[in-house]
Write a protein that binds this ligand. Structure first.
Ligand SMILES: [Zn+2]
Length: 409
């Protein structure tokens, strides 16, 4: 048996995983083996009655550091909540596939070590150009990259020093508006835990990406670079709380996070995490093309990989007195596959009325494949222009003509 000071240990995790093996919402498989040959379990939860095409992907990793047992504990609590049949859990599983790796470092859990059995840090040996530096990391990476999650959470534990839990961010990739989204999400998670009576340390703001800092990357950073997943870390304080408190505080934070995957909290016109907006701001951006979550996910990965190696711009100049908003799409890139479709998102302030929408000299109609759709929030009309055209290429314009009473005064 594992020591009481390191509970839940590996055996506890495997027992909990066995308990949900026959659950209709759970799928269990082993991702690979640790250095000492122990299985690394993956529990995938979703509602099989709902087609997967419109589901978001969430990846929850725990226990990469063997001595941070609170992560394993919180992951088990999340599995049991999602399998509980409660309405909130059922709603999440209708809209999302939640993949949980509750014990990423089995040997570290058994040996009560931070690193793996070869004394290598699993969390900090992911790099851009090569596979992870440990068998445990490679097993997880081989699943995670094609899964292309919209959101990834890496759960750790604060074994000493701090008196409060915290949320931190994976490094945001430079073509993404992650700073804004991550701050909103992290603060909401923190706020939910505070409201439930669990003190939180301030969320750590997203850092600017530095190319030279690829050593020490976590999997979340690699996924952010590869497919623009949003990455967050949770830490639970271990010395001052006991296990029931880690579990409760961690679950409150993860439940708040998962709600972002169920609702359109950023006004992007579809429910889910805001990763379909690949780059841009609240007035104009490059968006993944697609009518369902899985086609947007595929296009998001294509666009992200293209942008990683090619200069590209999707830029809105000042609207003219001719009552037009113009967005320039330009890329000189030629490295790697050029995505054959993409979408442009732009906002026009109310009470303006949209009159015509053009791509170069072509008038567009309402259409999900090649055309536009319009919706509104309290202040704006939002226009998504879906284009079946290569992203890379010389400067081309999306032009939106609108009527605006301010111009008449
Ligand atoms: Zn850690």
């Amino acid at each position: 048996m594992t020591q009481d000071t390191n509970r839940p240990g590996y055996e506890d995790v495997m027992e909990s995983v066995e308990e949900v093996r026959s659950h209709p919402l759970c799928d269990i498989r082993m991702l690979g083996k640790s250095v000492q040959g122990r299985d690394i379990p993956l529990v995938t939860l979703t509602d099989p009655a709902v087609p997967d095409d419109d589901k978001q992907h969430a990846l929850i990793l725990a226990g990469m550091h063997g001595t941070e047992e609170s992560g394993r504990s919180i992951a088990l609590e999340l599995i049991s909540f999602l399998a509980s049949g409660r309405e909130e859990a059922a709603e999440t599983l209708r809209r999302q596939v939640v993949a949980v790796v509750p014990c990423s470092n089995p040997d570290g859990a058994v040996l009560a070590t931070y690193r793996n059995a070869e004394d290598v840090d699993i969390a900090h040996t992911f790099t851009f150009d090569t596979a992870a530096g440990t068998p445990e990391g490679r097993a997880i990476e081989q699943f995670a990259v094609p899964f292309a999650p919209e959101i990834v959470v890496d759960i750790h534990g604060l074994a000493g020093g701090s008196m409060m839990d915290r949320v931190w961010f994976e490094q945001p990739w430079r073509f993404t508006p992650d700073r804004f989204f991550l701050s909103v999400i992290g603060n909401a998670m923190s706020g939910a835990a505070e409201a439930a009576g669990f003190p939180q340390r301030e969320v750590s703001p997203p850092l600017t990406w530095k190319e030279e800092e690829i050593e020490g990357l976590r999997l979340g950073g690699k996924l952010a670079a590869e497919c623009k997943s949003l990455g967050l870390g949770l830490e639970a304080i271990e010395h001052y709380y006991r296990e029931p408190e880690w579990r409760a505080a961690g679950l409150v934070r993860l439940r708040r996070l998962l709600r972002f995957g169920n609702e359109d909290e950023f006004g992007l016109g579809e429910p889910g995490y805001p990763t379909s907006l690949v780059s841009g701001s609240r007035i104009c951006g490059l968006k993944a093309h697609g009518i369902d979550a899985s086609s947007r996910r595929r296009n998001r990965v294509e666009l992200t990989r293209f942008l990683a190696t090619n200069w590209a711009i999707v830029d809105r100049g000042a609207d003219g007195l001719d009552k037009c908003a113009r967005v320039l799409v330009e890329s000189k890139g030629a490295n790697g596959p050029n995505p054959r479709r993409f979408a442009v998102l732009l906002r026009v302030r109310k009470p303006c009325e949209i009159q015509t929408i053009q791509w170069e000299n072509e008038a567009l109609e309402e259409n999900d494949e090649h055309g536009y759709r319009i919706w509104e929030d309290a202040n704006s009309r939002l226009i998504q222009v879906n284009l079946q055209a290569p992203l890379g290429g010389p400067g081309r314009l999306v032009t939106v003509r609108y009527d605006c009473p301010f111009f008449h005064s």
